[in-house]
Design a binder for this molecule. Structure first.
Ligand SMILES: NC(=O)c1ccc[n+]([C@@H]2O[C@H](COP(=O)([O-])OP(=O)(O)OC[C@H]3O[C@@H](n4cnc5c(N)ncnc54)[C@H](OP(=O)(O)O)[C@@H]3O)[C@@H](O)[C@H]2O)c1
Length: 304
């Protein structure tokens, strides 16, 4: 049973909805809302308290794109957490391709490097006891209707994964949806590698599916935003994507239901909504342990 959990990026979208739904689970005593903006964190805490009638939300200041901030957040945790939801992510802001001080792109830092540091620090401090869930995406296998291609890796070597992290793999693209899928793909491999290293923790990669009602596309270029948001609304009307309650429920299921296995990447069976399935049944490369370890090694090369 999970008593204490931490959700990164919990002041909006799927993270906030996940916090709300987890508060209704029996046995939950504390939910840390990991946010980078203190005002937004307090506003979310108050809103969640009011909606759920539960005084169990605590804010935790964390900017997942900054390893120093991640370490400080882990140090400030007074007690171990049973569950971690690595939800921060998305398209990485308007400067998604700019490099951070750690040498990775902003989009990589927020989606993957910060969460890696967070997981390693929690494990080292013995502050994570049961389950780590990563917010994956169907973009990892490509979403053709939205113009996202399946990542085309040539070698899946450490060097190739390093080039995804530092952006070299993508050349001079100005479109954040180009690196997004390959980063989510790499994250799923990293989680599978960790699952083999730490059998005592359940590492689940779960895509929320195509989810409307979040702020996910807000920092794309105006034209891309118009296209993506318009497309999502049409797809919602056609039943091809779902609302935030449904997307967040997938995270809750992955957290509380042990039948979601460690090391597995779950996402929609087809399209962006409906039942989930193990993605390695669709793409065998996800089960390749060498690829998994190469992805992990590449990430660890940027941890300072
Ligand atoms: N929505 C979808 O269709 C979909 C589909 C598949 C996967 N996902 C994944 O699900 C996760 C949540 O997506 P979403 O659509 O709910 O996102 P969202 O609505 O865009 O959520 C934005 C949140 O991310 C926070 N954030 C951004 N950068 C941060 C940082 N460096 N440190 C801490 N917090 C940061 C924002 O904080 P501020 O308010 O301070 O900016 C805000 O709380 C992401 O990992 C996304 O890739 C989403």
């Amino acid at each position: 049973m999970l008593k204490r959990i931490l959700i990164t990026c919990a002041n909006a979208g799927l993270g906030k909805e996940c916090a709300k739904q987890m508060a209704m689970q029996s046995g939950i005593e504390k939910i840390y809302l990991g946010c980078r903006n203190p005002q937004k964190a307090i506003a979310a805490q108050q809103e969640l308290q009011q909606i759920t009638g539960k005084d169990i939300f605590e804010t935790l200041l964390i900017d997942v794109s900054d390893q120093g901030s991640v370490r400080a957040a882990v140090q400030s945790l007074q007690e171990p957490i049973d569950g971690l939801v690595m939800n921060a992510g998305g398209t990485g802001g308007t400067q998604f391709h700019e490099k951070t001080a750690d040498g990775v792109t902003q989009i990589f830092a927020v989606n993957l490097l910060g969460h890696s540091t967070l997981t390693y620090e929690l494990l080292a401090a013995k502050k994570l006891t049961q389950v780590a869930l990563y917010a994956g995406s169907e973009a990892a296998r490509g979403v053709e209707p939205m113009g996202m291609k399946r990542p085309a890796l040539k070698t899946s070597s450490v060097d190739e994964f390093t080039s995804i992290a530092n952006g070299v793999f993508f050349g001079k693209t100005k479109d954040a949806t180009v690196p997004y899928g390959p980063i989510k793909y790499m994250a799923a491999l990293w989680m599978s590698s960790l699952a083999r290293q730490h059998p005592e923790i359940r590492f689940v990669t779960m895509s929320p599916g195509g989810t409307t009602g979040t702020e996910g596309f807000n920092t794309l270029s105006p034209i891309k935003q118009y296209f993506m948001k318009g497309m999502m609304q049409i797809m919602l009307l056609l039943g091809k994507v779902h609302k935030v309650e449904v997307g967040a429920k997938r995270f809750v299921d992955g957290l509380v239901n042990d039948s979601f296995k460690s090391g597995v990447f779950y996402a929609s069976r087809s399209g962006l909504t409906g039942p989930v399935m193990e993605q390695s049944q669709l793409f065998a490369d996800l089960s390749n342990e060498t690829f998994q370890d190469n992805a992990r090694e590449a990430i660890e090369g940027f941890i300072n």
